[in-house]
Design a binder for this molecule. Sequence first.
Ligand code: SF4
Ligand code: SF4
Length: 323
Amino acid sequence: MKYTSCIHLEHGITFFSNSVQICCISSHPGGGNILQIENYHGEPINWEDIFSKRSIMRENIKNGIIPDKCQGCYYLKEGDWNSENYFDEVLIGHFTHCNCNCIYCYTEKDKKFFNQNKTYNVYPIIKDMIDKGILSKNSTITFGGGEPTILKEFEELVYMLLDYDVYNIRIHSDGIKYSSAIEKGLKLGKITLITSIDSGSKEVYQKIKQVQCYDQVWKNLANYAKTKNGLIRTKFVLIPGVNDSLAEVKNWLKQTYEAGITDVAFDIEDNWFKEHRNNIPQYVYVICDFVFECYRQYNIKTCELYERASNLKIDRENRLKIH
Ligand code: SF4
Ligand code: SF4
């Protein structure tokens, strides 16, 4: 049946450190964060309960009643959705510890707390989903939170997903710690690795990341790239006032290609974007337009736009249509 919905509303699940939600998208007017389980700390999940709530919500959506928290979200689109009970959009983001200190990270508010924040083991939950046949092999499974490679269950979890034959595993890693499971997944062509570099020079990297790992990260990325399979994206989060120069952006694209990588991702820092969305300075448009239009000049094949960059591009195109 055709109606307006979204991939997460239909078959999504997101594990956070103290809750289970439908998705992690939040920059749109409705604000996202649709709860499935509050105060969650790794307990066994009653899937029937989740599916029954999902089914009530789906009936409302079929009747045009979109949840308030989804209002204005660019993920909403008309589609031919199915009502079966399974998950195929999974975000694993239940951990907050990290071996990096990005100035724009939510963990910067209290690094000690987030690095010591007790986390649960998500392995048994994902295994339960596999055993019960409710995790689709066509799933996109995304790791994002703190740094996944330093998570205790990370290697075992990735190997289990690879054995189960999920072929679209997206891992956001800072690239500081090398992972054999990521290397294997890249060799099998089942992993997309995304590493935020946010800079084209050691100085700016250190200013943003507050660790001295620039060379180490490029070395690890170049080694991952030798697998010649899977997809690796270096990412640049534009932070106006910090890394907002064309030279920095150009050097990032150049170094990416030199590391044997041909795909990138681009975004704009979340807090800055929310504050300035209706008042973007011209020079920020110039940098964004350069990335949107010129990345191919650096032998880069694809540029994935993350949430804020997509919003900016759509807003800009709409404004240009009006004027
Ligand atoms: S419409 Fe947006 S906020 Fe709502 S579930 Fe989908 S992605 Fe999340
Ligand atoms: S790598 Fe990610 S989790 Fe770690 S500090 Fe940076 S933004 Fe935060």
